[in-house]
Design a protein around this ligand. Structure first.
Ligand code: C2O
Length: 550
């Protein structure tokens, strides 16, 4: 591989959406941020210089960071933030991975505007397992706040209530014509009849799982989270924050006299609040021999995709059930067949008591909170990985993350009145090369929302999934250990469970959290500490000399 150099200047820039201009944090003044392109096996070197008044870190979502945990990026987990006027060089090699990833800020809610695509092509001369597309197009879904997203979350954390929802969803940073004042801010994809496009879809939204579709066009899913899947066709997709989905789009063979919208809408279970406008982009067949162009005020028929309804949980089950690894000789599914460590996590929302002399706006006057095994994770004020590496864990973290919930109950019945929440900075320690089976059960304590759980440092195999309480006697007999989908972010279904397996072959401290940012803010996060192996190539190298200090 070769080395690809990038310079990312974190700087403020003005952006206008929905008739409202605000100053946003950007990379190089761009929103969405610049695209990183590399090939499998390449080294990527990104020099990040922070010119803004916020502390910043960047994360390369989905890149495994094999023995390069210092470049992973979550604030206070693998590094202290890059302070104003300081810089840090993220330096990592892309080992055994290709596909669609994205980078985003990994501190507070800065990723509202700090994100961009990462496209990792196969090694030179290595084809895709599908016909070469005519063109490849990144399509990033996001959310836009008229207000400052940092202020939105800090206010919510102060009052204990839920944060204001965003004002629009976006496609490549653009809300599209169905929002006020927004027709000119529409993503347009000009397609050539009869050709095939590879759309690299990324859900970079903060707080919403999204359906996506294109009117009158069927999409062929070929890859999720940068791992090929057995291709299947679908009119609509479900993509959770933190997930990527590559689809083939076959353009119609002629110049249809119509405009086709692509759009995204939220998937919400329970009684969540949401934006009810629709983000839209346009698929444009532009005939080079004709001067007539489709436009919003032309008389051309407009087609909108039919997306599943807001709470279509059967779509969720159906769609995720279709995802299967290729599991071929060239693209094997290396599912751990034996398990060294079985772990059961409950994940869910809850609440914690309101401090005295305060009015809290959470459920029944409490503060919203979220937990894994009843622990609401608190980030330390120094970085976990450094503390571990320097042997200075005392006062920073405890290595005693609970392997089972502290308060087990019937997760499909009526939840107990008081599901106590404890704060803690606890890690789960894994010896090098531990084969882990992790079952995550949604607790449905408050509302019932599916949680897209993201694991840093590893891909995992989704070996099982179901609704209701997980049954350790019966459910494992139905696990798929042959061609389960391999990914880095998986939805824990509302009122259900999901089982994953991964091999802990990457020494370091690895964050795991709900990729709904508000749930992370409330504590739905934890971290694994994977110890060094005994051989030199099984150890985490020392940190780079410019690693930021707290
Ligand atoms: Cu996409 Cu912890 O991140």
């Amino acid at each position: 591989g070769i080395t690809r150099h990038y310079k990312f200047d974190i700087q403020m820039a003005n952006a206008t959406r929905l008739c409202h201009t605000k100053s946003i944090v950007t990379v190089n003044g761009q929103f969405p941020g610049p695209k990183i392109v590399a090939r499998e096996g390449d080294r990527v070197v990104v020099k990040v210089v922070n010119h803004v008044e916020h502390n910043v870190t960047l994360h390369w979502h989905g890149i495994r960071q094999l023995r390069s945990g210092w470049a992973d990026g979550p604030a206070y987990v693998t590094q202290c933030p890059i302070q104003t006027g300081h810089s840090y060089v993220y330096n990592f090699t892309i080992v055994g991975q290709r596909g669609t990833f994205f980078w985003h800020a990994h501190i507070s809610w800065l990723r509202a505007t700090l994100y961009g695509p990462i496209v990792v092509l196969p090694q030179l001369g290595v084809p895709y397992p599908f016909a070469k597309p005519y063109k490849e197009v990144p399509v990033i879904l996001g959310e836009w706040w008229k207000a400052d997203a940092e202020a939105v979350i800090s206010q919510a954390l102060e009052t204990g209530g839920g944060p204001n929802v965003s004002d629009a969803y976006t496609i490549n940073g653009l809300p599209g014509p169905f929002y006020n004042c927004s027709a000119k801010d529409t993503f347009k994809l000009k397609v050539k009849p009869g050709t095939t496009y590879l759309l690299r879809l990324i859900n970079a939204a903060l707080n919403d799982e999204l359906f996506f579709g294109i009117a009158n066009h069927t999409l062929t899913v070929v890859d999720v989270d940068a791992v090929y899947v057995k291709p299947f066709e679908s009119d609509a997709l479900l993509i959770s924050p933190g997930q990527t989905t590559d689809v083939l789009l076959r353009a119609k063979p002629d110049y249809p006299n119509a405009m086709f919208f692509m759009s995204a809408s939220p998937y919400v279970t329970g009684s969540g609040t949401f934006d009810n406008s629709t983000v839209a982009g346009v698929l444009e067949y532009r005939n080079p021999n004709s001067s007539s162009r489709a436009s919003f005020n032309s008389k051309l028929p407009l087609y909108k995709p039919t997306l599943p309804s807001l709470n279509d949980t059967s779509f969720f089950a159906n769609f995720t059930g279709k995802l299967r690894s290729l599991a071929t000789a060239r693209f094997p599914a290396n599912v751990p067949q034996a398990v060294d460590r079985r772990v059961f996590f409950t994940v869910g929302l809850g609440s914690s008591p309101c401090p005295e002399n305060q009015m809290c706006q959470g459920p029944n006057g409490t503060k919203f909170s979220a937990t894994v095994n009843n622990v609401s994770f608190a980030l330390p004020t120094t970085a976990l990985l450094q503390a571990h590496f320097l042997g200075q864990s005392r006062g920073v973290y405890m290595p005693d993350f609970p392997v089972t919930p502290l308060m087990p109950f019937n997760y499909t019945g009526t939840p107990p009145n008081n599901t106590l929440v404890g704060n803690g900075t606890k890690l789960m320690v894994l010896p090098f090369n531990t084969s882990v089976e992790l079952v995550m059960q949604d607790t449905s304590i408050l509302g019932a929302e599916s949680h897209p759980l993201h694991l840093h440092g590893f891909n995992f195999f989704v070996v099982g999934q179901g609704f209701g309480n997980y049954d350790p006697a019966k459910d494992p007999t139905k696990f798929n250990l042959v061609d389960p989908v391999e990914r880095n972010t998986v939805g824990v279904p509302a009122g259900g469970w999901v089982a994953i397996r991964f091999l802990a072959d990457n020494p370091g401290v690895w964050f795991m959290h709900c990729h709904l940012e508000v749930h992370t803010s409330w504590g739905l996060k934890m971290a694994w500490l994977v110890l060094d192996g005994s051989l030199p190539h099984q150890k985490l190298p020392p940190p780079p000399s410019d690693l930021p200090k707290c």
